[in-house]
Ligand binder design. Structure first.
Ligand SMILES: NC(=O)c1ccc[n+]([C@@H]2O[C@H](COP(=O)([O-])OP(=O)(O)OC[C@H]3O[C@@H](n4cnc5c(N)ncnc54)[C@H](O)[C@@H]3O)[C@@H](O)[C@H]2O)c1
Ligand SMILES: [Zn+2]
Length: 401
């Protein structure tokens, strides 16, 4: 029995259209003078680097831009950005982009600040002291990395995603300007948007904090379902139900982009305090071996894991159906809960998320290996409403194949 829950966030959260113009001032207020901007070619091409750098320069901050980021960054790419930090010697970092670049900026600051090797930091609570400040400016609406305690890399050698989880990884400033997402391509909008939905659903349906099978004195990367997480997840799911489809199909729709930007940050606060669970565990091998994006893998798996969890969370799934905009009036709770799965399937179809694992080029023979790798991610199993066996995970993969 655990007696209390915690809530952590970024040091400061700034949200609003045009807020990126305040970036230099907000950064200078913190006394920061020399900033390594972590970005990638698509972000440069979209003109987003120029926007942040001009604001930083106006405030007298010396900047250097690392353009070598990539989607689902590898450990090798992280080594390159860490080397760049050693050359430039920044006092702070700016993660500009989707989850990939924001995570890369956290990892770079972590290893540059603390010394040692990247591999020393993989896992939970491996960061012993505060790292140099990270400012996060998301350009997708999905991962919530701007407020989260997580950073994820792809380990190609071992064909798995690896992460560092530490409260020291929460950015000092999260600046969420929905206008920065207007140029986000439809596929990245869809994938990251359904990732945010997965975050909110996994947080809302997780094992309640009181029942988490971890002794009170033991630190844990996630607390389980909490009343605070429920508020955030509900609002995020409502916003995603209302805005995701339009954000994908009408990239410059200001209302849809603003709704999704808020949803992603709220879902990030929910999951990074409460939980992600079996959807994320099953996604890690898919992403690392089949090279699909994190969001596409999660979106693919989400309804299949919801089916697996359904019987244990009827009320919660009925709530989710309603929040996604389904008309459940007059329905029995069990039917309303079923409706949540149909709503997610329709949403996937509408925004072009792959339907089946075979669509990603996998063979049926690969599924046992995926199940073995996913089952090894024990910290995520503990948070899932049902505590799965490896055989049950395999069955979910087979259903999704
Ligand atoms: N740290 C966390 O808490 C957390 C949570 C979930 C996922 N993740 C990680 O985040 C990564 C996925 O991040 P993502 O879904 O945001 O996608 P992403 O960062 O990989 O971006 C996808 C592509 O879209 C481009 N792009 C993004 N925004 C753009 C814009 N506004 N204009 C033009 N191009 C743009 C990027 O340059 C990239 O090529 C994965 O590595 C995943 O594991 C981290
Ligand atoms: Zn995710």
């Amino acid at each position: 029995m655990r007696e209390f829950w915690n809530f952590y966030s970024a040091g400061r959260l700034v949200f609003g259209n045009g807020s990126v113009r305040q970036l230099g001032r907000l950064t200078a207020e913190r006394g920061l003078q020399r900033m390594l901007v972590i970005s990638d070619p698509a972000i440069v091409q979209a003109g987003l680097v120029d926007r942040v750098v001009s604001s930083l320069k106006q405030a007298g901050i010396v900047t250097h831009v690392f353009e070598g980021g990539e989607p689902e960054p590898s450990k090798e790419t992280a080594q390159l950005s860490i080397s760049e930090a050693h050359r430039f010697k920044p006092d702070s970092f700016l993660g500009l982009g989707g989850g990939s670049n924001m995570d890369l900026s956290k990892i770079t600051s972590m290893v540059f600040s603390g010394g040692g090797e990247l591999d020393d930091y993989i896992g939970f609570n491996t960061v012993k002291n505060a790292i140099l400040p990270v400012v996060a400016v998301p350009t997708t609406s999905g991962t919530g990395s701007e407020v989260s305690h997580a950073a994820v890399l792809t380990d190609h050698q071992n064909q798995i995603k690896v992460s560092t989880l530490s409260q020291f990884l929460r950015p000092s400033i999260a600046l969420v300007d929905p206008e920065m997402s207007y140029s986000c391509p439809p596929k990245a909008t869809a994938d990251s948007g359904i990732d945010a939905l997965t975050h909110a659903i996994e947080a809302y349906t997780a094992v309640p904090y009181q029942n988490l099978a971890v002794p009170m004195e033991e630190p844990t990367p996630y607390d389980g379902k909490t009343p605070m997480g429920d508020c955030l997840a509900e609002k995020a799911i409502r916003l995603i139900g209302k805005h995701l489809i339009r954000a994908v199909h009408e990239p410059e729709n200001a209302e849809a982009r603003e709704g999704m930007s808020l949803a992603a940050t709220l879902a990030g606060l929910a999951f990074s305090n409460c939980a992600v669970a079996v959807v994320h565990a099953l996604e890690y091998p898919l992403g690392a071996i089949l090279h699909c994006s994190h969001g596409a893998g999660n979106g693919l798996l989400l309804p299949f894991v919801m089916k697996y969890n359904l019987a244990t969370r009827i009320k919660e799934f009925a709530d989710i159906a309603e929040w996604l905009g389904e008309d459940i009036s007059g329905m029995a709770q069990a039917s309303a809960a079923d409706q949540s799965i149909i709503a997610v399937e329709n949403l996937k179809q509408n925004i072009g998320i792959p339907k089946r694992i075979r669509d990603l080029g996998a063979t049926r023979e690969q599924l046992p290996l995926f199940a073995e790798k996913a089952f090894a991610i024990k910290r995520l199993m503990k948070l899932n409403p049902r505590n799965p066996t490896q055989e049950e995970l395999l069955k979910v993969y087979q259903d999704a194949f």
